[in-house]
Design a binder for this molecule. Sequence first.
Ligand SMILES: NC(=O)c1ccc[n+]([C@@H]2O[C@H](COP(=O)([O-])OP(=O)(O)OC[C@H]3O[C@@H](n4cnc5c(N)ncnc54)[C@H](OP(=O)(O)O)[C@@H]3O)[C@@H](O)[C@H]2O)c1
Length: 293
Amino acid sequence: MRILLLGKRGQVGWELQRALAPLGELKMLDRTDGGDLTRPIEVAESIRAFMPDVVVNAAAYTSVDRAETEQELARTVNAAAVAAIARSCTEVGAWFVHYSTDYVFDGSGQRPWLETDVPAPLNVYGRTKLEGESAIVESGCRYLLFRTSWVYAARGGNFPKTMLRLAAERDEVRVINDQFGAPTSAELIADVTAHCIRQAISDESLAGIYHLAASGCTTWHDYANWVLAAAASQRHQGGHRPVLIPVPSSEFSTPARRPLNSRLDTHKLRSRFGLCLPHWQDGVGRMLAEVLQ
Ligand SMILES: NC(=O)c1ccc[n+]([C@@H]2O[C@H](COP(=O)([O-])OP(=O)(O)OC[C@H]3O[C@@H](n4cnc5c(N)ncnc54)[C@H](OP(=O)(O)O)[C@@H]3O)[C@@H](O)[C@H]2O)c1
């Protein structure tokens, strides 16, 4: 199997380098060698030149707040380039594996979102990601489109690491307590992706949109609390523990609005691919063990 990976340096892309390698011949492109998503025509040419069986796109414009003022760039990377990749996949007969987000939903209610629920993004990032989704669906290519949430990885910056840093600096940290979701590791996303590619390649009926998130649900406040407790116990010491103050989203003024309900229903993914998704605490605990060693 010939696999083309875009976005190899991102959180998910880095883990995909590892997870996709055993599946076949893996070629990776980044901004400097034909994989710059601000140049959709060049990316399409790269796909036609390599003639892959599968294109996996982990590249995206992911700066949620900055997207409010960089709409054109966000739209080029998240929608126009994705549309060009999808058209190329249709042309060369390749599968297209792509990632989207819980931010395509408006966050209303408390029920976990189903793949069939109607998207209504609250911000520019979510709108551009939804436009990318629509382009894939309309392109006629065979695709696996995974909507995920609250992604973190050992590599690079992330929410748990920020909380550990703030905990060392402050006596009091205010953390949002009215947004609900499941922290999902890049490692899990990459491993599930590899598993699904292996099955889908021999069963085209598996093509479609899937919600992919760790099990369980938390808020940013409870997530932070859990991280600080787990870090203290992994270090076998009490250490400095700030007071975490739960606050509503309305106390944080950010350029982009964020959904309150980011719960994703993963039943379709689990049942169609015979998968079990671990609890979010398992992955965060592993990541902490790695970064605190
Ligand atoms: N992070 C989250 O919480 C989250 C939540 C839900 C869904 N998702 C989705 O999951 C996927 C993976 O996200 P992630 O967290 O791994 O993102 P990430 O860590 O921000 O990585 C994004 C990658 O895209 C690359 N990129 C950005 N603009 C590019 C361009 N013009 N040309 C080529 N590459 C470009 C970046 O390259 P550089 O390193 O060179 O900048 C980086 O490698 C994305 O589709 C994202 O929308 C993420």
